[in-house]
Design a protein around this ligand. Structure first.
Ligand code: SAM
Length: 442
């Protein structure tokens, strides 16, 4: 095995994940950027890391069946066992014996000569009972969905109460399915016909994905493609990679050319750029974010996409008069439970306390935005969360304190119902007369 071994890189990323606190996707991207792997090995490394993190609870249940609970397993050895079992039971293109051999060799290379025997014994024992284990794994999905689909029990219980049994199971399955890649046509630079022609020349396989909020020619699924950074059509800003669900909130804002818009939580800028497209680059969008590094991405994306009507601002405590904006988009920081299939370790980080903490921030953002809106203006509040606490409950809490706003529309996109990432969008309308009454009464 050489340093370009995708399994070794996967094991290293899995170890870093336990100590660094970084998101797995970021660690993986950094590791792959310098690894120099061939495309197939790159794919394997990606699959191993994401698969092991997603299926961690189920893999650990298998490990627990064959190890002494009184003896704690070192994290590096646990990761090797997870990797080996994942290859045996979740991947069908790797012969199981090869998976065992590679894992044992990896243990030796990592200096675990004594423990390599234990790893060999456990994995070989599993090789002898693959049919039985496959049946146990399938049954577990029905009898113990949290363990069978590798999610925290409290979250599965919460979703069961919210959505019911079957939708919850569909959601768990969705979260464990590798995400698809979607593109939005950038009509500031091209149109759907020209882009499709260019994609064909670039050997991109694609399919239009129409939704009621996108129309027929805006969103496409990219089904097979050369490495995306190498595509001239991407570099030239002819399209932006984003899930169709992210197009709902900007559409709901109804921004018109010439208006002044505030995109309050803008980074990395997917919705900002789509808003600019809807406004035909005419007017002004103030794009702000608390995170200066991420705000830089808004600038870069706008430059690439030919967006010229955006001004980026690190926070909105600028010398800015109140009641200034025609419309404001609040794409709030949230638990991200609607995009769990894209954030592989999110499920292991989340807690009810975190959701409650986020709800306070979300309410604060709504109040901050309301103070900067013109009388009669429109606020759109959106998240990529599936949790009512962060969505309808936050909006209702806001409306209880601001009777000069009314809820015009509200929509929750659910992955198992719409086949897109989860998203919540509420359109709130300010009643100019209501604000006069409020001021007179205060
Ligand atoms: N709208 C973005 C897009 O479409 O690309 C995604 C925004 S992301 C859901 C939420 C953003 O809110 C993060 O970039 C985060 O840095 C930012 N954020 C968090 N707290 C904030 C605050 N108090 N004010 C402004 N931005 C904030």
């Amino acid at each position: 095995m050489n340093s370009k071994n995708p399994r070794q890189i996967a094991a290293r990323v899995l170890s870093q994940r336990l100590t660094s606190g970084e998101f797995t996707e970021n660690l993986l991207e950094t590791a792959l950027a310098t690894a120099g792997l061939a495309p197939a090995d790159r794919g394997l490394c990606h699959e191993l890391v994401c698969g092991v993190v997603r299926w961690q609870a189920t893999l650990d249940r298998l490990i627990a069946r064959k190890t002494d609970p009184a003896r704690e397993l070192r994290p590096a050895l646990r990761n090797l066992l997870r990797l080996g079992l994942y290859q045996i039971f979740w991947l069908d293109r790797i012969p199981p014996h090869a998976a065992v051999h590679e894992t044992v060799e990896q243990a030796k290379q990592a200096g675990y000569h004594t423990q390599a025997g234990l790893i060999n014994a456990i994995l070989r024992a599993y090789l002898r009972e693959t049919d039985e284990i496959r049946k146990i794994l399938a049954d577990m999905k029905i009898s113990q969905p949290a363990l069978g689909w590798s999610h925290p029990g409290w979250l599965v219980e919460k979703w069961r109460r919210q959505f019911g049994e079957d939708p919850t199971r569909q959601l768990l399955e969705w979260n464990n399915t590798p995400p698809k890649t979607f593109a939005r046509v950038n009509t500031l630079k091209t149109d759907a016909d020209q882009l499709c022609e260019r994609w064909r020349a670039e050997k991109v396989e694609f399919e239009a994905v129409p939704h009621d909020w996108t129309g027929a020619h805006l969103a496409f699924e990219l089904k097979a493609y050369p490495p995306l950074p190498s595509l001239p059509s991407l570099r030239d800003g002819w399209f932006y990679l984003q899930d169709p669900s992210t197009l709902l909130a900007p559409t709901q804002l109804g921004a018109q050319p010439g208006e002044l818009i505030w995109d309050q939580c803008a980074a990395p800028g997917g919705k900002t750029a789509f808003l600019a497209q809807l406004m035909n680059n005419a007017g002004k969008i103030v794009a702000s974010d608390v995170d200066p590094v991420r705000l830089r991405l808004v600038k870069d994306n706008c430059a690439r996409l030919g967006v010229t009507c955006v001004e980026t601002v690190q926070n909105i405590d600028l010398p800015m008069p109140a009641a200034r904006f025609d419309r404001i988009l609040i794409d709030a920081p949230c638990s991200n439970t609607g995009v769990m299939r894209r954030r592989v370790d999110l499920r292991w980080r989340l807690s009810l306390e975190e959701i409650a903490r986020l709800q306070k921030i979300q309410l604060g953002l709504l109040q901050q935005a309301a103070a900067k809106l013109k009388p009669g203006g429109v606020l759109v509040y959106s998240t990529c969360s599936l949790e009512p606490e962060e969505n309808s409950a936050t909006v209702r809490q806001f409306l209880a304190t601001r009777t000069d706003f009314t809820l015009a529309t509200e929509r929750q996109l659910l992955p198992f119902a719409e086949g897109v990432d989860g998203a919540y969008v509420a359109r709130l309308k300010h009643d100019a007369r209501g604000s006069v009454a409020l001021e007179a009464g205060s």
